[in-house]
Design a protein around this ligand. Structure first.
Ligand code: NCD
Length: 307
């Protein structure tokens, strides 16, 4: 049974196909309106979410399917001590596909090993978030017209930011990507990502603490929120939370055709004054997330022989 746990579960060709399907959905949504008729998506969210859960639900509804699930672990039997493995077996009896978010790294993988239906990782701890990466790739492709030969700056919490880890993984597949890692020392990219992804794939990268210095080089600026829920103490969070704030004067240092991405939610790290700048791409990134999740549901259900 094919699932999506890590973005590298898909080949470059498969990622490119998903992007093509998403673009086709955007061009002709009616063609897809009944593709998942009588199919059910289960959203099992053990951690807070707005965009990811609602975009999965909207995606399934727009494909003509329906949705069951929970958005609060306390309202599920996990609060009684049920294991992720058992939950996956149980939900396989009710639904055709699962989207799972969990605070424990690897939980969606355990679910996939026990489910008899496809499982999609909708974010596991500080580890991975492959469907956000799908949204990011479509946004970059629509903004730049390509997925190779560009410079991308990741700014903020590169340590706990799972969207950063997944996107760097995906970009390791494309040619001519230069990565600029912009973070305070305490929030640097984990060395396992640096060694196993950047260095292993001979990707060119540099590290800096200065957003101003990086700004003029960037085609894409990927801002992130400092991940409060993964900190061990409040004091560190409070000290680091406003490390970077993107303001109009910093935007003046950037290229005229750069694009600013952010997986959202934003807290303070992008001033609302930037929203009207044509380079702000984070709300279209949200819309793109729904189209990519539609393409993904179609792919996994069709490979499972369910549609
Ligand atoms: C991200 C996440 O959950 O990792 N949000 C999202 O899914 N769009 C980013 C974040 O919470 O900062």
């Amino acid at each position: 049974m094919r699932s999506l746990i890590d973005i590298l579960d898909f080949s470059t060709e498969e990622l490119d196909q998903l992007i093509e399907v998403a673009k086709d959905i955007i061009a002709d949504p009616d063609k897809y309106a009944e593709k998942c008729k009588r199919k059910k998506l289960a959203t099992l969210f053990f951690e807070p979410s707005t965009r990811t859960r609602l975009s999965f639900e909207a995606a399934m509804l727009e494909l003509g399917g329906s949705v069951i699930g929970f958005s609060d672990a306390n309202s599920s039997s996990s609060s009684k001590g049920e294991s992720v493995a058992d939950t996956a077996k149980v939900v396989s009896c009710y639904a055709d596909i699962i989207a799972m978010r969990h605070p424990k790294e690897g939980a969606p993988l355990v679910a996939a090993m026990n489910a008899s239906i496809p499982v999609i990782n909708a974010g596991d701890g500080g580890h991975n978030h492959p469907t956000q990466t799908l949204a990011d790739l479509l946004t970059i492709s629509r903004r730049l017209g390509r997925l190779d030969n560009f410079t991308i700056g990741f700014c903020g919490d590169l340590k706990f930011g799972r969207t950063v880890h997944s996107l760097i993984n995906a970009l390791s597949r494309y040619e001519g990507i230069h990565v600029v890692l912009i973070s305070p020392d305490e929030l640097k990219l984990p060395s396992y990502v640096k060694k196993d992804v950047l260095e292993k794939n001979h990707m060119s990268y540099e590290q800096t603490e200065s957003l101003e210095e990086a700004m003029p080089k960037l085609d894409i600026l990927y801002m992130t929120r400092v991940q409060k829920e993964r900190f061990f103490n409040e004091e560190d969070y409070l000290r680091l939370k406003d490390s970077y704030i993107l303001t109009p004067d910093k935007m003046e240092l950037g290229k005229s055709d750069m694009a600013v991405l952010h997986p959202l939610p934003r807290v303070n790290e992008i001033s609302v004054a930037i929203d009207a700048d044509p380079r702000a791409a984070y709300f279209e990134q949200v819309a793109n997330g729904k189209f990519m999740r539609m393409a993904l549901i179609l792919k996994l259900l069709s490979e499972a022989g369910k549609i």
